[in-house]
Design a binder for this molecule. Structure first.
Ligand code: FMN
Length: 371
């Protein structure tokens, strides 16, 4: 159905991650600066593990961009894994130790069963959230298209563990600035220091934490998506895109779950006309989407991330070779990655909106879309 699409390839400890973006309009200014900035933002955040000290992600654009503008041809992106030299010899020789004890909360068990494997390594190499670096690079390209239509996508952390932020009533741009200045990407400075303490405590007790983040897309024109068919609904498409991020287990748009417990008169955003005859609303509880169509208000989406499945404290599992009880073995890991996940959330929302814009306005060239 969609004209715009992307695929990624690559393993966590392989040579590189690759992404191909296809159907992207010609004439959009594409800078590696903005891609690298988002790659850096994904790598940061209090609570991340040792891997991020090794990687300093930068993108190479290997197709589809000429003299800093998209050409309409497939855009190829490559992000090298700096950890690769530490793995190359064993990887090529095929003598990496087999992993026969699936780690609960990871794709290990389901992946071994699905592909008939006696080793979880091929599963974890691809299921690893390292792949989200490629998505962030793709999202940064989508943001460059959205910028041409003055659409901005920002994300911030609202909760880590049981520490919940009080979100100040300021513009999305100001919220974002505060999140940018925070190493847990939280605009509430008091809550941010309690979040850091919670992460320290989890680290010390050999545990891990999840959290929630909010994505706001401002400047989205009314009319993206459609109620006419289930798979055209913008709310469904955004939710699927964000839910596809590893460890995201809940997505709500607008007031979401809270609205289920309220009467209709306290939920629906009433319409008024101003002196100039324009329609306006005083609330945005719907989060900018009604009937699967953007209604001109900012799109607001809230996502829940489960705690990181790798914990220093071993979890019970089974050795798949012997069918005997076994404990998980710890591997270098994040303690909490909600701040990083919020950057991936921005990318997936930006991507979905870019897709919907291309559908609505045509998509061979930026000039055509603008017309
Ligand atoms: C940005 C990001 C970083 C992550 N880092 C880790 C990590 O260091 N260790 C880990 O065990 N899981 C990490 N995860 C979560 C796992 O990738 C995820 O839980 C796992 O692949 C299983 O997928 P599922 O939770 O969607 O079922 C991370 C997720 C994201 C989005």
């Amino acid at each position: 159905m969609t004209k715009l699409r992307f695929l990624t390839a690559g393993e966590s400890h392989g040579p590189a991650l690759t992404a191909i973006v296809e159907g992207f309009p010609a004439g959009v200014a594409i800078g590696t600066e903005l891609i690298n900035r988002d790659l850096r933002r994904r790598q940061g955040g209090y609570g991340r593990g040792g891997r991020m000290d090794i990687e300093q992600d930068t993108v190479a654009i290997e197709g589809g961009v000429l003299a800093a503008y998209s050409t309409g041809s497939p855009i190829a992106l490559r992000i090298e894994n700096r950890d690769w030299p530490n793995w190359r010899d064993r990887w090529v020789a095929g003598d990496l130790p087999r992993i026969t004890v699936p780690r609960p909360g990871h794709a290990d068990y389901a992946g071994m069963v699905k592909y008939g494997l006696n080793d979880a390594r091929p599963v974890l190499e691809r299921a690893s959230a390292r792949e989200t670096a490629a998505r962030v690079a793709v999202g940064a390209i989508a943001k460059q298209l959205l910028a041409a239509f003055k659409v901005e996508v920002i994300g911030y952390v609202r909760q880590i563990g049981d520490v919940e932020a009080a979100i100040p009533d300021i513009t999305p741009k100001e919220l974002w600035q505060r999140a940018e200045d925070s190493d847990v990407r939280c605009p509430d400075t008091d809550a941010a220091s309690r979040m850091r303490e919670a992460i320290d405590a989890a680290r010390q007790s050999g545990d891990s934490l999840g959290g929630t983040f909010v994505i706001v897309a401002a400047g989205v024109p009314a009319g993206l998506g459609s109620y006419a068919q289930w798979d055209r609904r913008l709310d469904g498409r955004l939710s699927a895109a964000v839910m596809s991020i590893p460890a995201i287990k809940g997505v709500e748009i607008g007031e979401g779950f809270a609205s289920a417990g309220l009467p209709g008169t306290k939920v629906h955003d009433e319409l008024f006309t101003g002196d100039d005859g324009r329609v306006y609303r005083e609330t945005n509880r719907a989060g900018g989407i009604e009937g699967g169509v953007s209604n001109g208000k900012p799109i607001v989406l809230h996502a829940a991330m489960k705690p990181i499945p790798t914990t220093l404290t071993p979890l019970s599992s089974v050795n798949m070779e012997t069918a005997k009880p076994a404990s998980t073995e710890y591997q270098r890991s994040d303690v909490c990655a909600a701040p990083a996940a919020s950057v991936v959330g921005e990318a997936m929302v930006a991507w979905t909106l870019a897709e919907a814009l291309v559908e609505k306005y045509g998509g061979d060239s930026l000039a055509e879309m603008k017309r």
